[in-house]
Design a protein around this ligand. Structure first.
Ligand SMILES: NC(=O)c1ccc[n+]([C@@H]2O[C@H](COP(=O)([O-])OP(=O)(O)OC[C@H]3O[C@@H](n4cnc5c(N)ncnc54)[C@H](OP(=O)(O)O)[C@@H]3O)[C@@H](O)[C@H]2O)c1
Length: 235
């Protein structure tokens, strides 16, 4: 298996790399990093510095990788510097909103644009982005976090739209969104005290859940949104 993991330096991305590297079925992993220096080294792992929100960087990335069985996008942001997700619309900031869109939506669109020729056409393959249940419009009963929420809703629509286009073009690709649950990473650090005891997942557990899901899903699951426990989430 040949795998590309975007955001390999993140909490979830690095757990995915470590878990996959322990599996015999894996031939090679390409992984991207942006600002953090990668710490995992392995003969079957190649790191590529890529700003996945930049068209030219993603175009370059697509020239570097060979045919792929699995693409997992684990890039994302919730807060940056001193900017925290909004509690009310009065805290809305257009730069912060644009940063959420650039980090949470653009990469999936750009990798779909540039990497589609690299997805193996003759065998089942997977194109996954780590989204968040908070991006489900139907599930929104709480409000708040409007920039992150809106960016994940836009990401979900992008994935659904790509899944329909590729199905019509008879690709062998299963496209889906994955919700990891609240996971112990830098992204969730400032909010972990609000998480009920026992509900904070380890990145290792989340990686195992996604890898297990990938082993079970087929083309009939194209265009769906799955939680870490395998249940389907309404878009
Ligand atoms: N943790 C949670 O509780 C939780 C819950 C629901 C959904 N999610 C989603 O899960 C995904 C992974 O999150 P995480 O918790 O693993 O976060 P994380 O530990 O903060 O990792 C974020 C990753 O995104 C990368 N990144 C950010 N901007 C980038 C850019 N422009 N180009 C390339 N890479 C970029 C970072 O790379 P560098 O560090 O190299 O810059 C890092 O690898 C996100 O989409 C997040 O929304 C997380």
């Amino acid at each position: 298996m040949h795998i590309l993991i975007l955001g390999g330096t993140g909490g979830i991305g690095s757990a995915l790399i470590k878990t996959y590297l322990s599996q015999d079925a894996v031939n090679h992993i390409h992984a991207t990093y942006h600002n953090s220096h990668p710490t995992i080294e392995h003969p079957q792992l190649t790191w590529l510095r890529t700003d996945v929100s930049k068209d030219s960087d993603v175009a370059k990335l697509s020239e570097t990788v060979g045919p792929l069985d699995i693409v997992i996008n684990a890039v994302g942001m919730l807060h940056s510097g001193d900017m925290m997700p909004e509690k009310t619309i009065t805290q809305f900031d257009s730069d912060f909103f644009n940063q959420n869109i650039a980090t949470n939506v653009l990469p999936t669109l750009l990798i779909a644009k540039h990497l589609s020729p690299k997805l193996k056409s003759k065998t089942l393959n997977y194109f996954v982005t780590v989204s968040a249940k908070i991006g489900s419009i139907e599930d929104n009963n709480l409000g708040g976090w409007i920039s992150y929420r809106s960016s994940k809703a836009a990401l979900n629509m992008a994935l659904k739209t790509i899944s329909i286009e590729w199905k019509n073009k008879k690709f062998n690709t299963c496209v889906f969104a994955f919700h990891p649950g609240t996971t112990d990473t830098n992204l969730s650090k400032p909010f972990q005290r609000n998480v009920p005891e026992g509900n904070l997942q380890t990145p290792e557990k989340v990686a195992a859940a996604l890898i297990n899901l990938l082993q079970q899903l087929s083309l009939k699951d194209n265009g769906k949104f799955f939680s870490y426990d395998g249940t389907e989430i309404p878009w």
